[in-house]
Design a protein around this ligand. Structure first.
Ligand code: OXK
Ligand code: ADP
Length: 571
């Protein structure tokens, strides 16, 4: 901000925003320039920050959210006013739903005109709109408050249950001038932004007492456990307890999916049969059938006890009674359980672990048989077998995954070996995260990204292949092209327009990547897919593989068909 030889006596809003972010270790911003933040984006770059410019704010917002999940620092998304803000807001709300820390900073129009509704350029009361959709929202009107505004936003985003924060910066703020020394003093370096939260000893004891009595215990790892970066403590807890575990999709890889204690391949059995379930950073929402009903064994449910480890004290009892809530950060909670278990902890009965192993082996063999087939055109399975093997050979690679069938099959076929290597549609089952998440994964880690995309899902953010090429990111996008949403065989009974779920047949998504200088490959066989993916990983060049999948493969909404009201009515 200042220059030693010619120290200016004043500073302005632009520089204070940049200095406040840098002071807090934030060096990357995802956004899209335009009125009134174009100059801010230029100045950020000039001051040494990385500005990753997108083609649509929602993708920039999704990138910020994924960066937050991967780094535990709030990902920053910068947008213009009204429409740009609204585009970013979907990502902010999705981040909040997923418990990812993110800050959406939007420029806004003049307060005096907006509040009198006099029809300003991009007029909108953005703060009021953002408030109910995120964890916290603030507006800064004076340059001397920028430091406080950014500090509050950071704390709100990462402390307790992480989430999305909105920061409203009216256009006039950026040009406000103030004394440079006073400006410097107004900035805040946030100390201990996400304080550890140690669980109460009596809560730990209560949890141990419940766990001790278990005959069929189960550990359920959620994406909160992945976010917490308590990998060693979690591994120790699982291995020293000997309890079988089930990873939610983004917790895959916390322990390698090939781990002997993983019960992922016999999910229905363990959910229905377990008598004590330890939830570690996982909510009993729709993804877990709300902790009740058929999935949880129907009548068995009455005798089941839950222990829930969560940073949010209000999460317990949200769906079913929690016998032992353990409130605190996951690292501290899990470490306290391990300490309390001591060296003589009795491992679960062999009857339970044996029954799981037997079912698991059976399911794995059945899957191996299906995966061994090599049909033409490719099936979801034969294409995913290729990707599974490449990920196995490159466990550092980050997998981004969205779609319906493409998502559901990939989740169970592509094994993950390391924590936080899988990013997907999350709590909302949202489509459109693909390219934003991929960019953030490549930018924050520098590692290879493999985006496994349904053709419909890809369409939501596909234009960002230009962004991937522009920043020369090591992203290989594989579009599972079966000519439509779910599959490519629907017909309009009246003729004329194509059915709502249909796309142009035999489309060549690979050409999209070529248009911007990346590598495009049309893969019609598993051998071609294998070659193209290995080349992409070896070169690190932006690549899009159009994987041609049997258009009759796929079911409506994948494994969540039952959520379609139409289907339910037919039953
Ligand atoms: C798992 N399984 C395996 C393996 N892994 N078998 C063999 N080998 C391996 N490696 C078994 C597992 O035991 C289950 O069988 C089955 O495969 C499926 O496993 P899984 O883990 O995928 O479980 P399930 O039932 O699908 O999980 C429920 C769920 C999940 C809700 C958590 O479906 C989910 O995360 N869904 C998200 C869907 C979503 O968001 N879609 C958005 C797009 S749709 P059993 O026999 O044990 O049960 C959309 O937008 O609109 O349509 C739209
Ligand atoms: P999944 O979808 O994988 O089941 P959820 O998003 O439902 O996971 O659950 C994540 C949970 O983890 C949330 O309830 C959140 O409060 C909790 N959480 C996030 N970070 C931490 C942390 N560091 N310590 C404890 N709990 C956490």
């Amino acid at each position: 901000m200042t220059n030693d030889t010619q120290a200016p006596a004043t500073t302005d809003g632009f520089h204070l925003v940049i200095e406040a972010l840098k002071l807090n270790g934030i060096d990357t911003v995802y956004g899209l320039p335009g009125i009134p933040i174009t100059d801010l984006s230029r100045k950020m770059q000039a001051e040494g920050m990385r500005f990753i410019a997108f083609r649509h704010e929602q993708n920039a917002g999704n990138a910020a959210a994924a960066a937050g999940f991967l780094t535990q620092k709030p990902g920053i998304c910068l947008t213009v006013s009204a429409p740009g803000f609204l585009n970013g807001l979907t990502a902010l709300t999705n981040a909040t739903t997923n418990c990812f820390p993110m800050i959406l900073i939007s420029g806004s129009s003049e307060r005096e005109i907006v509040d009198l509704q006099q029809g300003d350029y991009e007029e909108m009361d953005q703060l009021a709109i953002a408030k109910p959709l995120c964890k916290a929202a603030f507006r800064v009107l004076h340059a001397e408050d920028i430091g406080v505004g950014i500090a509050r936003a950071i704390r709100a985003a990462v402390s307790g249950r992480p989430g999305g924060v909105y920061l409203d910066f009216p256009a006039k703020l950026f040009g406000q001038v103030m004394d440079a020394a006073a400006g410097q003093r107004s900035l805040i370096k946030v100390v201990d932004a996400a304080p550890r939260q140690i669980p109460a000893p009596d809560a730990v004891q209560r949890a141990l007492d419940v766990l001790k009595g278990a005959k069929r215990p189960l550990i359920l790892l959620g994406k909160g456990a992945a976010y917490a970066q308590a990998d060693d403590a979690i591994r120790t807890f699982v291995e020293s307890s000997g309890i079988p575990y089930l990873p939610m999709s983004m917790a895959k890889g916390l322990l390698p999916d090939t781990h002997a204690q993983s019960a992922a391949a016999t999910r229905s059995y363990v959910l229905a049969e377990a008598d004590v379930v330890v939830l570690v950073g996982a909510r009993l929402n729709w993804l877990l059938s709300h902790g009740k009903g058929k999935t949880w064994g129907g009548a068995n449910a009455a005798n089941r006890k839950f222990i829930q480890i969560d940073i949010s004290p209000t999460e317990a009892d949200s769906n079913v009674p929690i016998a032992a809530p353990l409130v605190g950060d996951i690292g501290s909670c899990v470490a306290a359980l391990v300490a309390g278990m001591g060296p003589n902890w009795a491992r679960p009965p062999a009857e339970w672990t044996g029954a799981i192993a037997e079912r698991k082996d059976k399911n794995l063999s059945k899957m191996a048989e299906t995966l061994a087939k090599d049909p033409s055109p490719m099936s979801f399975h034969s294409a995913l077998r290729v990707i599974r093997d490449v990920v196995k050979a490159n466990p550092e690679a980050i997998v981004v995954n969205e779609g319906a069938n493409t998502l559901d099959f990939a989740r169970s076929i592509v094994d993950m070996y390391l924590p936080r290597k899988r990013l997907d549609v999350g709590t909302w089952g949202i489509m459109g995260i693909g390219m934003g998440f991929s960019v953030a994964a490549a930018v924050t880690t520098g590692k290879q990204v493999i985006a496994i995309e349904g053709d419909s899902a890809f369409g939501f953010s596909g234009m960002e292949v230009e962004t991937i090429c522009r920043y020369k990111l090591p992203v290989c996008v594989i579009v599972f092209n079966n000519n439509g949403v779910y599959k490519g065989t629907d017909v309009n009974p009246r003729g004329g327009d194509m059915a709502p779920t249909q796309f142009v047949k035999a489309a060549r998504y690979d050409k999209l990547m070529e248009a911007f200088g990346g590598v495009g490959v049309n893969a019609t066989t598993s051998a071609e897919l294998d070659r193209a993916l290995k080349e992409a990983v070896a070169s690190g060049r932006p690549t899009l593989i159009n994987a041609v999948i049997d258009e009759s493969a796929g079911t409506e909404s994948g494994r969540i068909t039952s959520l379609n009201p139409q289907t339910a009515a037919k039953k």
